[in-house]
Design a protein around this ligand. Structure first.
Ligand code: ADP
Ligand code: MG
Length: 696
């Protein structure tokens, strides 16, 4: 089924024969549309192009000139240097590329080159380009000149499909293709007006032939919006299926239990807690199903929120379940929640894999009869045979630790219970909008008052002895410590310290009189639990670990977190690790031992200087880029987002979500004639790329 002329194979375009079609295919360009949406990766404003005659040593400059002569010169050291002499109206300069003799094939006499680099002095002035573009082949027509208002564009190119050919293809075809992009236009004039975005033909023209950088940016915003909108559309559809399409429970709030709990709490809820509670209560008391993600930093007080939500369900005669990723966490929740609800006359069942058959039978009977109102447990909660009398709310703690299917399984009950997921790994709002568009979001972005800040320090490997000396002092004072390594075993990465090896060394040479324990992800879970319990009981002084302790247990007496090779960890991961200490009254310390070469130091300083998980997550995202983030979801060669930058385009993203949800809310299957175009564009341009978001 052909939707548009743009679906034609690229080979039908002017200047594209079978060979070029093959080269384009290798870059993922199969159709005319693919070529049209092959957008420059770089723009150079001609007004920033420096006349060659004015170049001075030390300048960093972009120049435009024609290649007069070229050649490769050998040096005594064996290094071969490719050189080309560039000339413009004002003068000439030698460009040199040490160690790149193969450029002789790419750059030819008479070529027009745009080159950016630093001017050095080496037998005269030389430019050493770090970037260059062959704008035109010498033998092929007119050379581009830098007129006023000219913007030079550089396309992503390849060896077989060089820049100058791409530019020629656009010269030959762009004017013909632009009007055809009308076929992809799904925004009405009114919508474009509201969004302040150009039409697709205008946007694409601006991207390929901008007359200013600002114009190219407007074009980019249009394509960015399109990507974000269709991403949100797919997610909005999933959200509709999971929530709006299901007859849910309209919970009834009597306040009987909630008031009794809140009166007994030794603290007042923070502003933030009250706000997210209002969001949750509104969602739970509405007749549709809730599918909400509560994000809050470690220690921000999510448990009490979850409990209040659970009490709201119970007040109206329903049961509630809380699923945690480990037995230890499930036990910890159970202890705390039992303390809180025992005076209210509620019964709490704890369901884990290590119950005896008799205990399990008893708990199951209580849940099935409705005698027990609250269930807390691990995966054991979703095993077959677990029946609830009337399950009305499911809370999933540390939701990222469960697969989608496990998360869903607990909610797959005839009653369509509300679902509240919790995450203590803060991700920036923009990232949550992009990745979790199928969920509703509540963000708890403040900590309860009176927390002691954790002292964070950066140390080099040379200072390791002093760090361990400090750890020893803390132990002498009755405290406990964690030491975390990036690896379990010495693998191919011989230069990294590993947990197992260092456990031996530390036990023998550094802490001969202390009790050491070891946990890592490759231990059987019973063994992990056993060691963690011993640490919790105070029977271990120093716990050697890998990042498996990231999400874990509250050990109030632990006051030091040492992270070895801290440069190997993501900032958000470090933040999770730091959150393991500072849970008691004692002053706590997080000490990062790191090689601070190659910018790692800057990254770690960001971490040292802020305690706010959301700020850290944002910095982490900015540093690592969004590619990483979508990496796991990507398939094929297209990144999920080619034009949008979720940090920069956060406002656009929020707007895209709002509009996508409204559209799906009115017409879930996009069946109305008014949405025909949107559906066609979804199917033709985005369905493949976004498939992963649809199965969530
Ligand atoms: P997390 O969000 O990591 O699950 P918790 O729910 O474990 O955080 O809360 C951390 C600690 O803060 C707990 O001891 C809890 O009782 C306490 N807490 C929660 N809310 C408040 C508040 N509003 N004021 C003071 N302490 C609070
Ligand atoms: Mg928690």
């Amino acid at each position: 089924m052909t939707f548009s002329q743009l679906d034609r194979p690229v080979q039908f375009l002017k200047g594209v024969g079978p060979r070029r079609a093959e080269s384009l295919a290798q870059m993922g360009i199969l159709t005319a549309r693919d070529l049209l949406y092959h957008i420059p990766r770089r723009y150079d404003d001609a007004s920033t192009v420096e006349p060659i005659g004015k170049l001075g040593v030390g300048m960093d400059a972009t120049v435009l000139g024609r290649v007069r002569t070229r050649g490769t010169i050998p040096t005594r050291s064996g290094l071969r240097i490719f050189q080309a002499v560039l000339q413009d109206e004002s003068g000439m300069i030698t460009c040199s590329w040490p160690g790149q003799p193969w450029l002789e094939r790419r750059i030819q006499d008479g070529d027009t080159l745009l080159a950016t680099g630093t001017v050095k002095f080496f037998h005269g002035k030389q430019l050493q380009p770090r970037e260059f573009t062959v704008l035109a082949r010498g033998s092929e027509g007119d050379a581009p000149v830098a007129g006023k208002g000219t913007i030079f564009v550089t396309y992503p190119a390849s060896e077989e499909m060089p820049q100058w050919i791409l530019r020629k293809l656009f010269d030959q075809n762009l004017d013909g293709l632009l009007p055809q992009s009308e076929d992809d236009e799904y925004l009405s004039e009114a919508e474009r007006g509201d969004l302040d975005l150009p039409t697709l033909p205008d946007a694409l023209r601006a991207l390929h032939r901008p007359t200013s950088l600002a114009e190219a940016e407007r074009g980019r915003q249009r394509l960015a919006y399109d990507e974000l909108f269709f991403l949100q559309l797919v997610q909005a559809r999933v959200r509709w299926e999971q929530t709006l399409a299901k007859p849910g429970i309209a919970h009834h709030r009597t306040n009987a239990l909630i008031r009794a709990l809140v009166e007994r709490l030794p603290f007042a809820l923070t502003e933030g807690q009250s706000r997210v509670l209002r969001e949750i209560v509104a969602d739970m008391t509405a007749p549709h199903r809730m599918n909400r993600l509560l994000q809050g930093d470690v220690g921000s007080g999510k448990t009490v929120i979850a409990l209040i939500a659970m009490l709201l369900a119970v007040e109206g005669g329903w049961q509630a379940a809380l699923m945690a990723p480990t037995e230890l966490l499930a036990e910890q929740h159970t202890r705390r929640i039992r303390d809180w609800v025992a005076p209210l006359g509620l019964r709490v069942a704890l369901l884990t894999g290590s119950l005896s058959a008799a205990e399990r039978r008893k708990e199951l009977a209580g849940l099935a009869s409705g005698h027990v109102q609250l269930a807390i447990g691990t995966h054991a909660l979703i095993q077959s045979g677990v029946e609830f009398h009337r399950l009305g709310l499911v809370v999933v703690d540390e939701q990222h630790r469960f697969g989608v299917r496990q998360r869903m399984a607990l909610g797959e009950r005839a009653t369509n219970p509300d679902v509240l997921m919790m995450s203590a790994t803060p991700i920036p709002r923009s990232m949550a909008l992009a990745l979790c568009g199928d969920l509703d979001l509540s963000i708890l972005d403040e900590l309860p008052p009176g927390r002691q800040p954790i002292k964070t320090q950066l140390r080099t490997p040379k200072q390791r002895d002093a760090v361990y000396g400090f750890v020893d002092q803390e132990i002498a004072a009755g405290r406990q410590a964690y030491v975390v390594f990036p690896l379990v075993d010495e693998s191919e990465k011989i230069d990294l310290l590993s947990a197992t090896q260092e456990h031996e060394r530390l036990a023998r040479d550094v802490f001969p009189n202390r009790r050491l324990g070891l946990v890592h992800g490759q231990l059987p879970s019973e063994e992990k639990d056993r060691v963690m319990r011993a640490f919790l009981a105070g029977d271990i002084d120093v716990l050697i670990a890998t990042s498996v302790i990231e999400v874990g247990i509250d050990v109030a007496n632990a006051s030091v977190m040492v992270v070895e090779h801290a440069e190997r960890f993501g900032l958000s991961q470090l933040h999770q690790l730091r959150g393991r200490v500072g849970r008691g009254a004692a002053e706590s310390h997080c000490i990062l031992i790191a090689e601070t070469k190659e910018g790692a130091g800057e990254r770690l300083k960001v971490f040292r200087d802020t305690a706010d998980g959301f700020v850290i997550a944002r910095a982490d995202l900015a540093l690592r880029g969004q590619g990483d983030l979508f990496g796991a979801l990507q398939h094929g060669r297209d990144p999920v987002l080619q034009h949008a930058d979720i940090l920069r385009d956060e406002a656009l993203l929020a707007e895209a979500q709002r509009r996508a949800r409204a559209m799906v809310g009115n017409d879930p299957k996009l069946e109305r004639p008014a949405h025909e175009r949107v559906r066609a564009v979804l199917d033709h341009r985005y369905a493949e790329r976004l498939r992963m978001f649809g199965v969530g």
